[in-house]
Design a protein. Structure first.
Length: 94
């Protein structure tokens, strides 16, 4: 399993590209990087998942970026203050 983060204009291009083309591009990059050490079939991705944050009407942008200027009136020092723990122990997953 591999994970790749793509941002900016390249991310927008990939969102609008069909899956087989993206798989071909990834395969080409892996072959360029590793040559024939692992064999052609080993380096070809079987499947991929592309998040479409920019084109999905529910997100229209990054999943973790707040609106520009959101912290404009908050002193930066307050961002380093410890978070108050909940009254009962809790475990959070992202």
């Amino acid at each position: 399993m591999s994970f790749c983060v793509v941002t900016g204009n390249e991310a927008r291009r990939i969102e609008r590209t069909d899956k087989e083309t993206i798989i071909g591009e990834i395969h080409y990059q892996l072959k360029t990087c590793y040559g024939n050490r692992f064999g052609d079939d080993v380096l070809r991705p079987v499947d991929i998942h592309v998040t479409r944050w920019d084109t999905d009407p529910r997100f229209l942008g990054s999943y973790s970026t707040l609106k520009a200027g959101r912290f404009q009136n908050i002193p930066l020092n307050s961002l380093i203050d410890p978070v108050t723990p909940p009254p009962v122990p809790a475990q959070y997953y992202a």
